[in-house]
Design a protein around this ligand. Sequence first.
Ligand SMILES: *Cc1c(COP(=O)(O)O)cnc(C)c1O
Length: 444
Amino acid sequence: MHDDLAHLPGLLSGYAADLLATLDDRPAAVPPAPTEPRPLPAPAGLDGALADFAGRWEPGFAGSAGPRYLGFVTGGATPASLAGDWLTAVLDQNPATRIDSSAPALEREAVGWLAELFGLPSHTGMFVSGATMSNMVGLAVAREWLGETLGVSVAEDGAAALGDVPVLSASPHSSTYKALSMLGLGRNAVRTTPTLPGREAADVDALDAALTALGGRPAIVVANAGTVNTVDFDDLRAIAALRTRHRFWLHVDAAFGGFAALSPAHAHLVAGLDEADSVCVDLHKWLNVPYDSAVQFTRRRDLQIRVFQSAAAYLGDPGEDPVHLTPESSRRLRALPTWFTLRAYGRDGHRAIVERNIAQAHRLGALLDAAPGWRLLAPVRLNVVCFTPETRDPSEILDAVAASGETFLTPTVLWGTPGIRAAFSNWRTTDTDVDRVFQALQKS
Ligand SMILES: *Cc1c(COP(=O)(O)O)cnc(C)c1O
């Protein structure tokens, strides 16, 4: 192992740098070949492991960090974030408590920078592994608030003490259901409320009526700031204003839509975000840090500590140490890639990524709209184009473009119509890439 350590820097700067330099040319997706797991072989040393990986595994890895991977909402990794991520592994900090290093203080600084970007001066936050966990933490704090409101402690007595918990949301992401399942509130707690006609955004009057129908029972409202199909936004200000007449916790899933705040022309879409009780923002998507990373924000750190407190003599007082704030106890210094990219490129650099991706979505939307055979299923509101072929089966097209390696797009169903999504969220994507994606679709 000591020998390996001595030539690790050379190996890394050769092999990893080559991968990085050829990322733009890597196939966007690689149809997975059937690969049987092998039993643990005799030790090969780092050289041997690298050769085995490079020969047997790496060719099957997707160019998902590259410029023409438009599936899901995937993001890429800025050079500075990558440097931060490598250093995270090299220094291998465990920012669980604040007694042995300044790593937790760096995390606090990075969370503060994110709060500035998203306009959340009165929220505190922590890094978690993704938006699903961020939603889970927000909803866990919401659950504790319900307990406080009803005079019980969920942290001590369990979710059963709450009885029936209404969770109202117009177009919730699947991760909200998953979080409710993990939290013992159950997927069936969700009562979907009506959307505005032809939209995925909440009809606030209908939400008002649904809250009235609860007859004073406290509830959780999950507002959505950026739905995955049409990137529609609930009117956060109007929803927050309902709290003058109804008792509810307002959680906002702003996983990628929150980045609208960085673009002055789009910031109105998230106006009122600061009024939320808890907010979820993904970082491995549109901030362009490597997987896995997200941030959760709340105004009620006291309740968050009640939920996540990890009592043990050697952990010291349950104060605001990270170990008492998130589902994990030990964890990697996930804040470092974010710290690096924000320190390197600042608000302006990240604003430029967001604005470029929005313009690219509009460019592809316009090309498809003008070409015969394609139909937009929704107007392009931000960074996603949701469209469908007029006469063919979308899955045929998805398979053909994926096999070409030119791009990777993901399927969806919008209001009963099967369609295709193209989501722009990578700093590497250029207008030329948009044109190549369009050509690949035309040829499919
Ligand atoms: C991606 C996404 C999530 C889940 O994010 P993960 O990082 O995959 O856990 C939740 N909500 C929305 C709106 C998303 O786009």
